[in-house]
Ligand binder design. Structure first.
Ligand SMILES: [Zn+2]
Length: 408
């Protein structure tokens, strides 16, 4: 039986199926790369005329474009391939770091379209003042993106603490000394246009960035530890971020490793962060600050090398506990740990070998992040784009098309 493709007003369930299939086709192109309509039909099992119509709609919505011919060697006439367009939607990542603010916009091809980083200690500063500055950076970003003809699809705020993802509230950030900050609402108030805004913990977003575009792209189960002033971790299991019941999982920095150790910003004592957080490393090395620590490590300073070996040992002890629980493929060193990977990696690997139960080949490898200090803000931008891929219709129509429609 031949189905009628264009009824004047399809019933709700047909619209829902079409909406679902738009996402199927868009995600297929996103994960498998540029390909022809015929190839998409073959691989997704959707019929050719359906795929053709879905692709046309995705092109009209400014999410796909069409170019050249599929690679030679295919049977028959070479067809046009469709690919994600870099001229449409962009995701905006915003980050409150303990000692910096960052903004990063990524288009659907993964290219960075706007990036800013402002160093400055945010500890003890009122949340309102810090968010004022981040809001101003976001407004600059939106103006720049609009000037490039791009469509901001939303924003995600990366925060250095426990975040209630459902309400977008920062519950506590020990290093900032902030509590109960309604972060997404605060950012929404500071933007010139309404858009979907989310918030998440920076370590979670770093792990997602690593999974989507970094060292973890071929991994299913890994621990991403990011070293900043605090020590955060994101746990990816089965390719997905593990959040726990309330989204508070991954606080590796506040796992006790030394019950009689020094007090921690969280109120506890002997947390991993007191051993290998950036301040602990700087103090143990007798360095002035992070830049001095790095310069002296590069210069072969013996005291710095010893402090980093000791820090790496503690980091390995913490990572081994997680590896024993979760049977991981790898531990990815992110944030400042990636910058210091040259000095930390062997010590972490040694502790894993000493402490993880199982044959040597089952001990997780230690990788350095390829994304550096931008991982969290890039993960934040990518999370917005993943929402577009999940439901392309939610993004709405491009401005010109919408204006054209309302003029009719
Ligand atoms: Zn702590």
């Amino acid at each position: 039986m031949r189905r009628m493709s264009r009824l004047p007003s399809p019933p709700a369930n047909q619209r829902a199926v079409r909406r679902h299939n738009l996402g199927v086709v868009l995600r297929h192109v996103a994960t498998r790369g540029p390909r022809s309509r015929a190839t998409i039909a073959l691989e997704t099992g959707l019929n050719k005329s359906t795929v053709s119509s879905l692709v046309t709609e995705l092109i009209d919505r400014g999410l796909l474009n069409e170019r050249g011919a599929e690679r030679r060697g295919m049977v028959g006439r070479p067809g046009l391939v469709v690919e994600l367009t870099g001229h449409g939607a962009v995701g905006l990542g915003l980050e409150v770091g303990v000692d910096y603010l960052a903004v990063h916009a990524t288009d659907l091809t993964g290219a960075a379209r706007h990036r800013r980083l402002e160093a400055g200690d945010n500890r003890g500063r009122p949340a309102g003042a810090v968010l004022d500055r981040l809001g101003a950076m976001a407004r600059d970003a939106l103006a720049d993106l609009r000037a490039q003809g791009l469509r901001p699809a939303g924003a995600t705020v990366a925060l250095p603490g426990l975040v209630d993802v459902a309400s977008g509230t920062l519950i506590i950030a020990p290093n900032l000394r902030w509590e109960d900050v309604p972060a997404t609402a605060a950012i929404a108030e500071r933007l010139p246009e309404p858009m979907p805004i989310g918030a998440d913990n920076e370590a979670n977003l770093s792990a997602l960035a690593e999974r989507w575009e970094g060292a973890g792209r071929d991994l299913q189960d890994f621990l991403h530890v990011s070293g900043e002033v605090g020590v955060g971790a994101g746990i990816v299991l089965g390719g997905e971020l593990f959040r726990g019941t309330r989204g508070f999982g991954g606080e590796l920095g506040h796992v006790t490793v030394d019950p009689g150790g020094r007090p921690c910003a969280c109120g506890s004592r002997g947390c991993l962060e007191t051993k290998v957080g950036l301040e602990a490393l700087v103090a143990a090395a007798g360095a002035e600050d992070a830049a001095d620590l790095l310069a002296r490590a590069r210069g072969g300073d013996a005291a710095v090398a010893a402090a980093l070996r000791e820090g790496g040992r503690w980091l390995g002890i913490g990572a081994a506990a997680v590896a024993n629980l979760l049977d991981l493929q790898a531990v990815v060193l992110g944030g400042y740990f990636a910058t210091l990977a040259e000095w930390l990696r062997d010590c972490v690997a040694h502790e894993l070998h000493e402490r993880v139960l199982g044959p040597g080949w089952a001990v997780p490898g230690v990788l350095a992040s390829e994304l550096g200090p931008e991982a969290a803000v890039r993960g934040a931008a990518a999370q917005v784009l993943h929402a577009v891929l999940a439901d392309p219709v939610a993004l709405g129509e491009p401005l010109e098309a919408a204006e054209g429609a309302s003029a009719r």
